[in-house]
Each structure stands twice: as structure tokens, then as C-alpha cells.
Ligand binder design. Structure first.
Ligand code: UDP
Length: 330
């Protein structure tokens, strides 16, 4: 049955795709986003949009009576989190605590939270189940883990039905909604910038990892599949429980395999140069999403790397065409 939902960060990459899927499923969606990193034109049609800080807005908005909150709004650059940790402790942890307090005040029953594989740090198991000890190696991951702990105690004490979804490497695009960060650090959009001519070459961060081709292996999951897990989480959540699920395809691809897939999809040479490892990058991060499959009935369908890159490439080209059309003529 349709729910009345708040989506924080609904102008960002994953949040906008989720908001679009929620609308498609018939839910009544209010997006709250301060547009610090998101884009107003990424907010999907058919939602109510409020520009502002997630916690500030929630204090009053939730008094209207909502069935749940999907909390995407966050700072998510690992490098920045090491240079300016206060930005992450305040922006991620403090904001989330204030949001939880607002939910408690107004008896909002459900929460779905964007957690991350970065909470695990550099585990030596593969694939990674939720029972793996956490041990974040950067401030970003530490703040997400701190929020997960807070959610557990709020859920137990105040009867919230809470779910944390630990994303592995989100990629691809959904129906005109894709990845467009002002500061791009993610592999697939960076490689595609070489194909569009916005970048000369891609750097391969490390070729001496203990993997088949020496480059690091990650689990790339299509953003549409990821969004679907949020809808299932809303349905399956139970009062007073906090469940944590890893979301990935369970298959790893190396940096070189990703670059090769981008070459095939774009038809561009995509020059690549080997560079030193990036600090804190583990060799292999692959999810075991068995728990999500079993408990939520989640089945990722866009699991093929070629297809994921094809969708990201279509989005990238559409954006460029749109920017050309809207650019003033000289
Ligand atoms: N990577 C790379 N060159 C780049 C960006 C990323 O070789 O320009 C590598 C990075 O070291 C990691 C993988 O690509 O092994 C995925 O990185 P990304 O930043 O996309 O996601 P992360 O796994 O760090 O969350």
C-alpha cells in the first residue's frame, strides 16, 4: 500500500533514483535536499521538494505524519573526510542524530539508511557478509558506522523499524538519473570522461595488488537494483528491529576489466597509465548479499558489467547533449 515518505538527499545520485522508483511504485514522496552536492533538476517529477538541511526540515515536516524516512543526505568523499573530519562528524553523524530525534518526537515508524561497505575497512574475507567485523579505515566510513550504531539503539529503545543498506560500488544510471558529481572520484564516470574528451587519460591506482591482473577488484552494482532494495526494505522492516544488509552483485571486476568494458561500450581507446596505489584502497571488496536475497527477496537483475557501463554512458551522452542545447549561443 502507498506510503507517505521523506527522502533526504533526493537530489543526489542514489537518492534521486530511489525517489523516482518510489514515485513509480505509487508512494507519496517529499524530497529534502540542501543542494550542496545534489542538483535541483535531478529531483524527479511527481515529488514535493523542499530545499534545506535534512535535520532542520525534519523537525517540523515530520509533524505532518509520515510513514517513513529514507536518509541519503550525506557527505561522501573519502579524501575530504580525512582532511576535514569535522565536516563529516557534524554533516553525517550530528545531522543523522537530529533526524532520529525528530523521528522519535513525531513517532515516524520507519527508517532506511544509506550505509556503506567502507564500514568494514579492509576485511580479509571475500565475499563479505554482514557478520564481518567492522573496522573503517577512513573518517567517512567511521561516521557511517557511528550512525549505524545510533540507529540500532534508537530502533530498540523507541520501536523504529530500521534498515541500513551497505552499498558496495554503485554504478550505472536509471532513466535519465545518473552520477554527476562536481568532484568526481569514482572509476566509471572518470573513465567515461576520457571517452567524452573531458580528461586525457585514466590513472590506474596500483598494479601490484594480489589479484589476477594486479589491479583492485570491486563489486559494481547497478543503481536501479540498489534502489529496488530500498523499496523492499521499507516493506520488510519490523518495529523495534534494525537490520543491516550488504548490497552488491557478489562478483568482482578489476580496474582493468572496467576500463576494457568502457572501451568496448564507447569505442574509444581510453589511454590508461599506471599510478601508485591510492591510500586506504584494499585489494578486493566483494559483497555477499545473501542476507538481502533471503530476507528481502532482493534479486539484482542488471548485473552485467557491460550493461552497467552502457547505462552510465547513455546518461553521460544525454547530459552532454542537454548541456549543449541549454548553453547560450555565442
Ligand atoms: N580507481 C582508479 N583510478 C581512478 C579512480 C579509481 O584506478 O581514477 C580505482 C580505485 O583505486 C579502486 C577502484 O578504482 O580500486 C574503485 O574506486 P572508486 O573510487 O570508484 O570506488 P571505491 O571502491 O574507492 O569506493
Amino acid at each position: 500500500s502507498p506510503m507517505k515518505l521523506v527522502v533526504t538527499g533526493g537530489a543526489g545520485y542514489v537518492g534521486s533514483v530511489c525517489a523516482a522508483r518510489l514515485v513509480e511504485a505509487g508512494h507519496d514522496v517529499t524530497v529534502v535536499d540542501d543542494l550542496s552536492t545534489g542538483h535541483a533538476d535531478a529531483v524527479p517529477d511527481g515529488v514535493h521538494f523542499i530545499q534545506g538541511d535534512a535535520a532542520d526540515v525534519a523537525q517540523t515536516l515530520l509533524s505532518q505524519g509520515f510513514d517513513g524516512v529514507l536518509h541519503f543526505a550525506a557527505k561522501s568523499l573519502v579524501g575530504e573526510s580525512m582532511q576535514d573530519p569535522g565536516l563529516y562528524w557534524r554533516g553525517n553523524v550530528l545531522t543523522s542524530l537530529r533526524l532520529l530525534d525528530a523521528m522519535r518526537t513525531h513517532n515516524t515508524p520507519r527508517l532506511v539508511f544509506s550505509s556503506t561497505a567502507a564500514t568494514y575497512g579492509e576485511p580479509d574475507v571475500s565475499p563479505i557478509p554482514e557478520t564481518t567485523p567492522t573496522g573503517p579505515t577512513n573518517t567517512y566510513g567511521a561516521t557511517k558506522l557511528a550512525i549505524d550504531h545510533a540507529i540500532t539503539s534508537y530502533a530498540h529503545a523507541h520501536g523504529i523499524a530500521a534498515t541500513s543498506l551497505r552499498y558496495f560500488n554503485v554504478a550505472g544510471a536509471h532513466d535519465g538519473f545518473g552520477e554527476r558529481h562536481a568532484t568526481e572520484t569514482h572509476l566509471i564516470p572518470i573513465v567515461l570522461q576520457v571517452a567524452t574528451g573531458d580528461r586525457e587519460q585514466v590513472q590506474i591506482f596500483g598494479e601490484d595488488y594480489p589479484t589476477a591482473d594486479g589491479t583492485a577488484v570491486r563489486d559494481y552494482i547497478h543503481v536501479t537494483d540498489l534502489a529496488d532494495a530500498h523499496l523492499l526494505a521499507l516493506e520488510h522492516a519490523r518495529e523495534g528491529r534494525h537490520e543491516i544488509y550488504n548490497l552488491g552483485n557478489g562478483t568482482g571486476f578489476s580496474v582493468r576489466e572496467v576500463i576494457d568494458a568502457c572501451r568496448e561500450v564507447t569505442g574509444h581507446d581510453i589511454p590508461a597509465a599506471v599510478a601508485p596505489r591510492r591510500a586506504g584502497d584494499p585489494a578486493v571488496l566483494v559483497a555477499s548479499a545473501e542476507k538481502a536475497r533471503t530476507d528481502l527477496g532482493w534479486k539484482p537483475v542488471h548485473t552485467d558489467l557491460h550493461g552497467i557501463v552502457t547505462d552510465a554512458w547513455r546518461f553521460t551522452r544525454d547530459r552532454i547533449a542537454q548541456d549543449r542545447r541549454s548553453a547560450p549561443r555565442r
